[in-house]
Design a protein around this ligand. Structure first.
Ligand code: AMP
Ligand code: MG
Length: 565
């Protein structure tokens, strides 16, 4: 891997051109900006100090080690030292790799390793004086509205979610509760399966090399019997399907191929098949059965049951709370008056979550920040038990958009508040200990898009499995668009044609358009500023939840329909 490391006292450039190697695959960029809070104190900047030579050497060494596990083409790291104001980047990482997933994995581990083993540290923080601080006063909303939220690229946003969401502690549960959970241990067989050689037919066991025509029946073995004995030439044992065979080196004649007379049989037709399962032919003691990190589905659970693992170590059931906001939102069973909109986000989230094992609470919040806080206060304690909080709407900078201050009031540190993607730009991401929150733009298509690239990533990380990643496919038809300064995640219909992935872009009028949901099962990644893409062009795409292309994906568990109102 080509490595370039630089420490600088100057601001990191807004645009950094990728190395030539990046032309051969994906180019992932990450910028870590100084946040406005340090140890609970509002700050205006941080001062970084480093042992430059040692820091450069250690960063290089860390990247080289990680590259053995996550093969990438090139890495460029720029770390700023000295005083860095809030909002400016303290670190820039660019990684070129053949596949985006490798770069994301390397980046995640690099950022963890950087904190632990590289001699660069925060020397001091510059606190904001009291009068500058935001308070919980009613002015909060207006101040938040005027606040310029931190903007991230799509890759930066995804990388930050990867970094900030850690797997929740695993639990042991009975098999019946483990469906849809992520297995958090590698399970190895403790015994051979089958335990003994056994018959696959109802028939007659004879010595494998016995060429006799007529056999004396000397015993009968049913499926539950254990009757070891030696056989001689001319002897046979009547066996049932699944019965443990009496000794080594036998074969089973199907009963359809022999004629029975009292306690004797005569071969009617010789078969080449042995009609038995050999001891340990499915799995041998010590052999890995399931790797850690896969989602448990019916087949995997059946395998665990057969191997006697009745309490697997799995991810905990994820607890999710979804608030809808907006006084114009009404229940889907009501007829909208002018200005009102039926709530489609609640059932959307309910359905999208079906791919995870979850517990969901959905509530509607009034548009008034004070009233909303009052409602939340009544179950705030319960809220602290949730792993994921989703707030629908109010994520932008309008006068009534209170999602950001609401999350801050609940104790979440806001990691970013905008992503340079269409649709779905006003996406807020916050963390609070092990809890994660997203403020999702209320428009249904934005909700859908943000769920797939952001919320699903967080859920996968919390559960301890690989997050859904972009795949490569071909455009089945022209994607007609004018150049947009933002990247676009364009709804599409994915089909397999002659073994190839074909993506047909779907028409959508705006981020409020719900008509394309019914057909969409993929999101095409359209780079910024490119405009139309020709039919046949190779593109990155994200399969949607439930399509079956997600890593480790299995089905869902049944759940009650949501009752948000
Ligand atoms: P907001 O993000 O709150 O500015 O909302 C943007 C648009 O999304 C507005 O037209 C809202 O009416 C609409 N919207 C917000 N919440 C929902 C919802 N739960 N279901 C359908 N549309 C919604
Ligand atoms: Mg709203």
């Amino acid at each position: 891997m080509e490595i370039e490391v630089q420490l600088t006292g100057s601001p990191i450039a807004e645009k950094i051109s990728p190395p030539p190697l990046a032309a051969h695959g994906a180019w992932l960029e990450f910028r870590g900006a100084v946040r406005d809070e340090e140890n609970g104190e509002k700050i205006s900047g941080l001062e970084y100090e480093a042992y430059p030579e040692m820091a450069v050497r250690e960063i290089r060494r860390l990247l080289e080690t990680l590259a053995t596990r996550h093969p990438c083409l090139a890495a460029r790291v720029i770390h700023r030292v000295g005083i860095v104001p809030v909002g400016e980047a303290a670190i820039y990482v660019g990684i070129a790799s053949q596949h985006r997933a490798e770069a994301i994995a390397l980046l995640g581990e690099f950022m963890n390793g950087l904190k632990q083993g590289v001699p660069i540290w925060k020397r001091r923080a510059f606190p904001i004086v009291q009068s500058e601080r935001r308070s919980e006063s009613p002015k909060l909303v207006e101040k938040a509205a005027g606040h310029r939220p931190a903007l991230r690229s799509l890759d930066e946003a995804v990388a930050e979610i990867h970094l900030r969401c850690q797997p929740l502690p695993a639990v042991r549960v009975p098999l019946a509760d483990a469906f849809g959970r992520v297995l958090r241990e590698t399970v190895c067989a403790t015994e051979n399966l089958p335990v003994n050689d056994c018959s696959t037919r109802d028939g007659y066991a004879i010595l494998a090399d016995d060429a006799s025509e007529i056999f004396q029946i000397v015993d009968t073995i049913h499926a539950a019997d254990w009757k070891p004995r030696q056989l001689r030439h001319g002897e046979t044992v009547r066996v049932a399907t699944g019965a443990a065979l009496p000794c080594e080196n036998v074969r089973v004649l199907m009963q359809e191929n022999v004629e029975r007379n009292g306690d004797k049989i005569k071969i009617q037709k010789r078969e080449s098949a042995f009609n038995l399962r050999k001891r340990g032919e499915d799995m041998k003691a010590g052999q890995p059965l399931l790797q850690s990190g896969g989602r448990l589905d019916a087949g995997k659970l059946a395998l665990l049951a057969a191997a006697g693992f009745t309490q697997p170590l799995v991810s905990p059931r994820l607890r999710v709370c979804h608030f809808t906001t907006g006084d114009e939102i009404i229940s889907p069973d009501k007829t909208p008056k002018p200005g009102q909109i039926r709530d489609s986000n609640s059932i959307l989230i309910h359905g999208l979550l079906k791919n995870f094992d979850y517990e969901l609470v959905q509530r509607h919040l009034p548009e008034d920040f004070g009233q909303a806080r009052q409602i939340i206060s009544t179950f705030k304690l319960q809220l602290s038990n949730f792993n994921l909080l989703l707030v629908s709407g109010g994520a932008s900078v309008g006068e009534k958009d209170f999602t950001r201050p609401l999350l801050e009031w609940l104790g979440f540190e806001i990691v970013f508040a905008q992503v340079n993607v269409r649709p779905g730009r006003p996406l807020i991401f916050g963390v609070n200990g092990n809890g994660v929150a997203f403020g999702l733009p209320g428009n249904p298509l934005s909700h859908f898009v943000c769920f797939h690239f952001a919320v699903a990533t967080a859920l996968a990380k919390l559960a301890g499995e690989n997050a859904p990643a972009f795949l490569r496919g071909k455009l089945a038809a022209k994607l007609d668009d004018s150049p947009c300064p933002r990247e676009t995640l364009w709804p599409a219909k994915l089909e397999f044609l002659r073994g190839e992935i074909n993506l047909s872009p779907l028409p959508w009028a705006s981020s409020g358009d719900v008509t394309c949901f019914a057909a969409a099962n993929a999101l095409i990644r359209v780079p910024a500023n490119v405009g139309a893409l020709a039919a046949g062009a190779e593109v990155d795409f994200l399969p949607t939840a439930g399509f079956g292309l997600w890593p480790n994906q299995s089905s869902h568990r049944l759940d009650a329909a949501p009752k948000p109102f």
